[in-house]
Design a protein around this ligand. Structure first.
Ligand code: C5P
Length: 226
């Protein structure tokens, strides 16, 4: 498949489980998200493995550290050939990440405000702005600092797109087909809604990875957005 908007989240404990899902999906999927759990288990080895198989890799590490550390870590990740990487959308971190990426093809995606934070959490951290204004501010900062895109909920994608303009890459998790088990996701959108709201890619995890027939489930999603 040449261009599919679907990124499959490999939220697994071991490389073996992730590998067997990748095998089951075959050519139906070509873009995988490696998050903290699998990264903690396999380090960059599994990223290299996916790249050697010709897949694209979204490394979801949500980096947040002092500039020098971020710069050096991003340079390593760029050298490993990862395609997308998440960092927190705060100015010093973004500036360091942009420097670390250099002229590689790595795309940096900003995480604005974690969706697990509510108004109370954000105010307790000292932000009087509230969640939605803080998201907007950080999207603006991300664009100013030269990030390639933003991770946001499908429900806020249209609002984010207005700020970023057409070039930014918007990636949205929390997407489910109508009728699929929502799991612990509260603010979900369907794949078609995510695309309609301006997302370029959406992340699908458990709907596919915990399905008895993952390939059929993925084909069903592809037909929904066709
Ligand atoms: O299984 P599910 O489709 O809910 O997984 C979605 C993936 O996207 C997971 O890897 C999860 O960590 C990530 N994610 C999310 N919601 C957010 C941010 C990230 O589900 N708001």
């Amino acid at each position: 498949m040449t261009h599919s908007p679907i990124i499959v989240a490999l939220d697994f404990e071991t490389a073996e489980e992730a590998r067997s899902l990748v095998r089951a999906l075959g050519v139906t999927a070509g873009f995988y998200k490696v998050g903290l759990e699998l990264y903690a288990a396999t380090g960059m080895d599994f990223v290299h493995e996916l790249k050697q198989q010709g897949h694209r890799v979204f490394l979801d590490l949500k980096l947040y550290d002092i500039g020098e550390t971020v710069r050096r870590a991003v340079a390593q990740i760029a050298r490993a050939g990862a395609d997308f990487l998440t960092i927190h959308a705060m100015r010093p971190i973004m500036a360091a990440a942009v420097e670390g990426k250099g002229d590689s093809d790595l795309k940096l995606l900003g995480v604005t405000v974690l969706t697990s934070f509510d108004e109370q959490d954000v105010r307790a951290m000292g932000y009087a702005l509230g969640v939605s204004k803080l998201v907007e501010l950080r999207v603006r900062h991300a664009m100013e600092k030269g990030l390639d895109g933003i991770v946001c909920s499908a429900l806020e994608a249209a609002r984010v797109r207005k700020i970023t303009g057409p070039e930014a890459i918007l990636v949205t998790p929390g997407v489910r087909s109508t009728g699929a088990n929502a799991g612990d996701q509260k603010r979900i959108a369907t794949p078609a809604q995510a695309i309609k709201n301006g997302a370029n890619y959406f992340v699908i995890g458990r709907q596919v990875t915990r399905s008895a027939e993952p390939r059929d489930e993925l084909l069903k999603i592809l037909s929904e957005i066709a």
